[in-house]
Design a protein. Sequence first.
Length: 273
Amino acid sequence: MSDSTESPNHPVPVVFIHGLWLHSSSWDPWLEKFRSRGYSVTAPGWPGEGETVAATREEPDGMNDVGIDAICHHYADLIGAPEIKPIVIGHSFGGLIAQELLAHGYAAAAVAIDPAPIKGVKALPFSALKTAFPVLSNPANRKKTVSLNAKQFHYSFGNTLEDSESNELFEKWTIPGPGRPLFEDATANFAKNSPAAVDTHAAERGPLLLTAGTEDHTAPKIVVQQAFKLYADNAKSVTEYHEFEGRGHSLAIDKGWDDVANVTLEWLSGKGF
């Protein structure tokens, strides 16, 4: 894990988990903001990810065939069994991983920002299929890493942004991503033991916030809303939902990221963290 900062004001640490096609350093502005509020923070990369964007682009093969289970176990091992469980905050596939860590007792609370669909979500919006097409169109990609080009990134992440901002984010933060998680997620509802399954019904766990950007192409709000409904019969645990009007999948890294961070901080404060 990266360096952290301890504070008696916020003894619960925060672990940030990025999604597909972004490097862990894309959380850097969030780390600075949360540190300024007194939190202990860290943003570990996925298994096989390089220390920097450049290093990962140069040697992406370390993430070949890395799937959802491997990513979950990676973060679970990093968290371990501390006296004080962390808060986990994840974006996209990181939001799916955050839900799994919370359900399995590794986290005190979780925020899933425009998360990838968990098993049980049946909505298949065209925009989500188009986003996944560069990977799912070739079965061989299941065991490879796949890159987006700037045009694909603009559709999948930056559709609410000017071309210049989308291109800047693409150059600054994007890395090749393993294809396997997308194949696993696409077949989740047909697999008995899908790695995308989360115990939404019976898990006694800390509070969970699911968020959706109303213009998100990659994790459209109907996908997040259906995930929220899957938690409806879990009376033992708190699950809440928040929408970011007019925001796309880049909401955690674009010029409006601070608004998303403020909502996250306010929610955590309201839950006693």
